[in-house]
Design a protein around this ligand. Structure first.
Ligand SMILES: C[S@@+](CC[C@H](N)C(=O)[O-])C[C@H]1O[C@@H](n2cnc3c(N)ncnc32)[C@H](O)[C@@H]1O
Length: 277
């Protein structure tokens, strides 16, 4: 259980949807406070099983139908790029977007201190919400690691396995259809738990985070890159009506449940006594 594995160093990196670039770097000490956890975290957790099933099916169908097109446009990676606003060479070309996607992976690793020469190289990785496996293949090659990816989309799992096969990586990476909220892995299994732009689909954020922590081995790193709404001010109970309306449109388009803030995630991670960066 998570409480027996304290401390599990973890990195929380959170990115908003386009066109803004990823932001949010937290430096927190472990704490038992979860006071920032607000209603949206449980937005659909109390929904009926048919509603949850409908969301899952909607996500699976969405990616079954759209992954081919995403692949044509974005290649292996179905996530946003990391753009350095100070760099001179930022352009909107697809080529640059693809290198910006790789930069997003590298920046996430750097942020979680995994690129530091003294850091332990991860050898067992889980890619939670793996898409067509771009991160898994990249990380498996970079670290010489074994990587398991899970997705709700059978078409994605199939394509991810086919790409691994064609790249000679099938003995290192494998993909299957499974739910991030009920992962088919034992406790303490992985030394890197990776979730790149999948958390926004999760209807029960506490369960999502708990499940990430459950499969993380003692001393493992958990990296979460996800869409979040802004942190609320102390005087606010919720977002403004126009903000909610805007988010609702994005939810409809991408099969997303209610959003939460980065501070909400930090609260959840602290409530499990994880170290948050
Ligand atoms: C935007 S794609 C990101 C894919 C991949 N991480 C990448 O960066 O290329 C979101 C992924 O999350 C997965 N996903 C959403 N909800 C999930 C759940 N409950 N369990 C497992 N995967 C889920 C989708 O199937 C999809 O593969």
């Amino acid at each position: 259980m998570a409480s027996l594995r304290i401390p599990v160093p973890s990195a929380s990196l959170l990115s908003p949807p386009p066109p803004r670039s990823p932001h949010l770097v937290h430096h927190c000490r472990p704490s038992s406070s979860s006071s920032r956890a607000r209603t949206p975290l449980m937005a659909m957790a109390s929904s009926s099983p048919p509603q949850l099933q409908e969301l899952k099916q909607g996500i699976a169908d969405f990616y079954d139908q759209s992954s081919g097109l995403w692949e044509q446009i974005w290649g292996d990676h179905m996530h946003h790029g990391f753009y350095d606003s100070d760099a001179d060479d930022v352009s909107l070309s697809l080529t640059n977007h693809r290198s910006a996607q790789i930069r997003m992976i590298e920046e996430s690793l750097r942020f979680a201190s995994l690129l530091h020469p003294d850091s332990k190289i991860p050898k067992r990785i889980v890619d939670v919400g793996c898409g067509i496996g771009g991160s898994s293949r990249y990380l498996a090659q970079k670290f010489g690691a074994q990587c398991c990816g899970i997705t709700l989309s059978p078409i994605q799992a199939q394509r991810a396995n086919a790409l691994a096969d064609s790249q000679g990586l099938s003995d290192q990476v494998s993909f299957q259809v499974a739910d991030a909220l009920q992962q088919p892995f034992p406790d303490d299994e992985f030394d890197l738990v990776w979730s790149m732009e999948s958390g926004e689909h999760m209807p029960d954020k506490p369960k999502f985070v708990k499940e990430l922590a459950r499969v993380a081995a003692p001393g493992a790193t958990i990296i979460i890159v996800t869409w979040c709404h802004r942190d609320l001010n102390p005087s606010e109970d919720s977002l403004k009506p126009w903000e909610k309306e805007l988010l609702q449109k994005i939810c409809k388009a991408y099969f997303l449940p209610a959003w939460c803030s980065a501070a909400d995630y930090v609260g959840l991670l602290h409530s499990l006594s994880l170290q948050v960066t």
